[in-house]
Design a protein around this ligand. Structure first.
Ligand code: PSU
Ligand code: MN
Length: 307
């Protein structure tokens, strides 16, 4: 048996991959669990358009009826967005079981990296990654995203991670697992809604060409893992740190009071933060994803021009 039996690569994506044209992968958990309907669908379709406008082919990734899909139709994106959290959040441990049962799954950063790699796609844009949760010293809640970055040779372009996580421990974990953390036009790890966390990235890079070369070199290493690119939210959309941090603290308190844990933890915290900040955090979230999509597409173009 071979994983290709369960993989459907959309013809446009397949053609682009085969001929070395730029392709950017996109995740689907952000659609079904990360944003409300209908903004989730609107955002997902706009992100695809931004990638095209920047010269690359978008490949939104999901599991649909037990098939791993690299490249979705508009109807499939609409279906994932409308169904929302009715679609299972699919991490690495879920993938084989979803294929076995023939059901649907919204892919996280982890499973999007896996399927992108299976489909021959090296660059992936999203909003934020999972990481080491606050209190992980006792809960052991550490996102599988960090492990995937450690062993799958895909570049993930994100806006850092939300402060619902312990950002310092997240960087420690990435260091241990050998994942380079790059700041795009910054020396500081961005904290998703805000441009600064007070924590240093490993390297600063200032052009898509440099990022593309880094990825090529990384991929040439034996047992190559991934690369994490952190791209700060554009200044005009960044939030007031006092407002967002107060919402995060309150969301964490409510999660604890309601004994939320496991895979429910991240979606619960994301939804709470959104609720507590009204529409502001959603607007910022959408804008930073657009910003990441544009950068990822430009990196993909530069990558396709390398020998
Ligand atoms: N962080 C965000 N938005 C998201 C996610 C994380 O700011 O939508 C989603 C991504 O799909 C990520 C996943 O891969 O949550 C991490 O979940 P967990 O912490 O359960 O590993
Ligand atoms: Mn977790």
């Amino acid at each position: 048996m071979d994983y290709r039996q369960y993989l459907d690569i959309n013809p446009e994506v397949e053609e682009a991959v085969k001929s070395g044209q730029p392709v950017v992968a996109l995740e689907s958990t952000i659609i079904s669990h990360g944003m409300p309907y209908p903004q989730n669908v609107e955002t997902a379709l706009t992100v695809e358009k931004i990638i095209r406008d920047n010269g690359a082919v978008p490949a939104t990734i999901a599991v649909i009826k037990g098939r791993m899909k690299a490249g979705l139709t508009e109807d499939e994106i609409e279906y994932l967005g409308r169904t929302g959290s009715g679609v299972a959040k699919a991490s690495r441990r879920d993938l084989a079981a979803l294929l076995c049962k023939g059901t649907d799954g919204a892919t996280t950063v982890t499973t999007t990296m896996m399927i992108a790699h299976m489909a021959g796609i090296s660059i992936f844009a999203t909003g934020g990654i999972g990481g080491v949760h606050r209190g992980a010293q006792t809960t052991m809640d550490i996102s599988a995203d960090l492990e995937e970055l450690a062993h799958t040779p895909v570049m993930v372009v994100c806006a850092g991670a939300k402060a619902i996580l312990d950002l310092g421990l997240t960087l420690e974990y990435l260091e241990t697992r050998g994942v380079p953390v790059i700041g795009y036009h910054t020396d500081e790890l961005p904290a998703f809604y805000t441009r600064k966390s007070g924590l240093p990235v490993d390297y600063r890079m200032d052009s898509p060409e440099e990022l593309a070369r880094l990825l090529k070199i990384q991929q040439a290493m034996p047992h190559a893992g991934g690369v994490l690119v952190t791209n700060p939210i554009p200044e005009q959309y960044s939030m007031d740190p006092a407002v967002i941090n107060a919402a995060i603290e309150e969301a964490l308190r409510q999660a604890e009071a309601e004994h939320i844990h496991g895979k429910e933890s991240t979606p619960y915290l994301l939804a709470k933060v959104k609720e507590l900040t009204g529409g502001d955090s959603l607007e910022s979230n959408i804008r930073l994803v657009y910003n990441n999509a544009g950068l990822a597409a430009r990196v993909a173009v530069a990558y396709s021009e390398l020998k």
